[in-house]
Design a protein around this ligand. Structure first.
Ligand code: DTR
Ligand code: CA
Ligand code: ZN
Ligand code: ZN
Length: 435
């Protein structure tokens, strides 16, 4: 509420504001974590795409299995990795009478009994250069691997990157890798992250709905960007994560869409064109370097790095590092009824922690108008922020620590926001709970 402008403020609210204005909760710094991933430069990722495009152009217009363009693609990626200090291996296989190659790159160090993998297929279809499908995933994984080298990252877990052959023939390369991995080696895989089409021109932001920890790692990253995500539904077994999932390895990944059509609701939240395919050049000759959405490629490349950094830091174990988030905007009525935004907490055991972290992002002018509460699944309210007639600053972007140890962890938790003074409006942008 702005004191300079006389505004209606109920007497009760004035009394509450006066009484509690000094009781605003302390804003806690986010807990110290493993170093955050660096930004992945979009220009670097696009430079790899330019190289892959040149390779296709010089080799009959494609980078398909069994064609010269595929092996040239492998040689390009491998040379970058060798120069960056990786231990690279070419795994050969035969499909359709032609030799295929998987490129495997191990980053020296880390616990050999806990291996985190990230991969993408490097082959295209025969009809085109395959820049979105799947130069985009291959370039993002390559640039993330190079960022690991630049940072001289020394994660708790061992990092392994992979570029698969003959995915377009039916996940042939990744199946060959998993089937030829000794069961003792397979058991060491703590997770496999897959990136197949992450720069679609009419992009959607889809997260694979498989391992919950991997899924939440991606979802909380995009929540931090205030980018809503959806669960990937175009086809569970339709990329290289499928053989790993069948072998019991935790999997996850990102996808920006192929031939399915973007809905009006999706265009509303992501932009782009409703009624049009996410990628109109899917498996076509027009899948060239012009067939990329830079914003989607940049965001997804950064999400790849975030997941690699986060999930390879052995210290972030599920009981303390699981994030439940909601990035759907909720308008807060001016001087009106309270509104809520929910997160469904699952997979926990017992009660919530005594140091439950609630990170909120509420865009609202004159934040003194707002009262913010956390509602536990049983309805118990925990006051995060009181109103204050003197707090004229905008936006509530803060992390609160709540002693929720009396509450059952699993269930629907709600962020409740009420505007108790006329004028100045806003909305819940996103929020998350970290258990
Ligand atoms: N099979 C991939 C593209 C693809 C289609 N649906 C999905 C779902 C999840 C990941 C990838 C895909 C290809 O054509 O390479
Ligand atoms: Ca970036
Ligand atoms: Zn494809
Ligand atoms: Zn693909």
């Amino acid at each position: 509420m702005r004191p300079a402008r006389l505004r209606s403020l109920s007497a009760a609210a004035v009394a509450v504001a006066a009484l509690l204005a000094t009781a605003a909760p302390a804003v806690q710094a986010a807990p110290a974590r493993a170093a955050a991933a660096p930004d992945i430069p979009l220009a670097n990722v696009k430079a790899h795409l330019t190289q892959l495009q040149s390779i296709a152009t010089a080799n009959g217009g494609n980078r398909a299995h069994g064609r010269t363009g595929y092996k040239a693609s492998v040689d390009y990626v491998r040379a970058k990795l060798d120069a960056a200090g990786y231990t690279t291996t070419l795994q050969q296989f035969t499909s359709g009478g032609a030799t295929g190659y998987n490129l495997i790159a191990d980053w020296p160090g880390g616990d050999p009994n806990q291996v985190l993998m990230a991969g993408s297929h490097l082959d295209s279809v025969t009809s085109g250069a395959g820049i979105n499908d799947n130069g985009s995933g291959s370039a993002a994984v390559l640039e993330t691997a190079l960022a690991v080298s630049r940072a001289q990252l020394a994660p708790d877990k061992h990092l392994r990157f992979a570029w698969w052959g003959a995915e377009e023939l039916g996940l042939v390369g990744s199946k060959y890798y998993v089937n030829n991995l000794a069961s003792t080696e397979r058991a060491k895989l703590s997770g496999y992250l897959n990136f197949d089409m992450i720069g679609s021109p009419n992009a959607g932001y889809f997260v694979y709905d498989d391992d919950p920890v991997i899924e939440q790692t991606f979802k909380s990253y995009f929540a931090g960007l205030s980018v809503p995500t959806e669960i990937e539904t175009e086809g569970d077994g339709r990329s290289d994560h499928a053989p790993f999932k069948s072998a019991g390895v935790p999997v996850g990944g990102l996808f920006t869409g192929a031939s399915n059509t973007k809905s009006s609701a999706q265009a509303q939240k992501w932009g782009g064109t409703a009624g049009q395919a996410f990628d109109r050049c899917y498996h076509s000759s027009c899948d060239t370097t012009t067939n990329i959405n830079d914003t989607a490629l940049d965001r997804n490349s950064d999400a790849v790095a975030h997941a690699v950094w986060t999930l390879s830091a052995g210290t972030v174990t599920p009981p303390t590092g699981t994030v439940f988030s909601n990035a759907t905007d909720v308008a807060v009525p001016d001087n009106g009824a309270a509104v809520t935004s929910s997160v469904a907490v699952t997979g926990r055991t017992g009660n919530a922690p005594a140091t439950l972290k609630a990170a909120v992002d509420i865009k609202h002018t004159y934040r003194g108008d707002l009262v913010v509460d956390l509602l536990a699944p049983d309805g118990t309210a925990y006051r995060l922020k009181n109103s204050s007639s003197s707090d004229s600053a905008d936006n509530v972007i803060a992390t609160y620590t709540v002693n929720a140890s009396a509450e059952t962890a699993n269930g629907t938790w709600k962020l409740q926001v009420r505007d108790v003074a006329a004028q100045d409006t806003g909305y819940i942008d996103s929020w998350q709970l970290t258990f």
